[in-house]
Design a protein around this ligand. Structure first.
Ligand code: HEC
Length: 135
């Protein structure tokens, strides 16, 4: 009898965890995937334009704490990233001397704050969801 009760409790907890991650998946696809990609790689047109990082790499996963992830979701992101100038800038018909000389671009990276749009449990769920992109 006792074993049965424990089994039932374990089953309940498992089902709750599964529905929390299904919810996180829905939120990710609705609110985040347009920039970060459904798989976290950032390979969408918006993601590429914003030079969004690839979350599905060990380097990215190790480079950010759980708190850092939660703070980014709560407060949004606003920063400038220096990136190598893409080869496309060399293919224009007229290339100015300064454009030719430019080897770097300053990209404005911006993400909305989700503090008022998501419940704390939803942000926790997204943290777990982002962590499972780890290779
Ligand atoms: C409009 C595009 C856009 C959307 C939508 C978006 N983000 Fe972002 N996000 C960015 C940009 C740009 C950055 C900064 C570049 C980077 O670190 O990839 C970023 C960075 C992050 C980071 C890393 C922060 C850091 O300090 O490095 C996390 C975590 C994150 N986003 C989570 C989310 C989650 C969760 C959602 C959905 C609730 C979301 N993003 C929706 C554009 C977006």
């Amino acid at each position: 009898m006792a074993a049965l009760v424990i089994w039932a409790l374990a089953l309940g907890a498992g089902a709750r965890a599964a529905s929390a991650s299904a919810q996180a998946r829905r939120t990710w696809l609705e609110s985040c995937a347009s920039c970060h990609g459904s798989d976290g790689t950032g390979q969408t047109s918006k993601g590429r334009a914003l030079y969004v990082a690839n979350m599905a790499t060990a380097a990215w996963q190790q480079g950010i704490s759980d708190l850092g992830i939660k703070e980014a979701i709560q407060n949004g992101v606003k920063r400038t990233k220096t990136v190598p100038a893409p080869p496309a800038t060399l293919h224009g018909a007229k290339i100015t001397a300064s454009a030719q000389a430019a080897t770097e671009l300053q990209v404005k990276q911006q993400m909305d704050a989700y503090r008022d749009k998501l419940q704390p449990e939803e942000i926790d769920g997204l943290l777990q969801y982002i962590r499972q992109f780890a290779p």
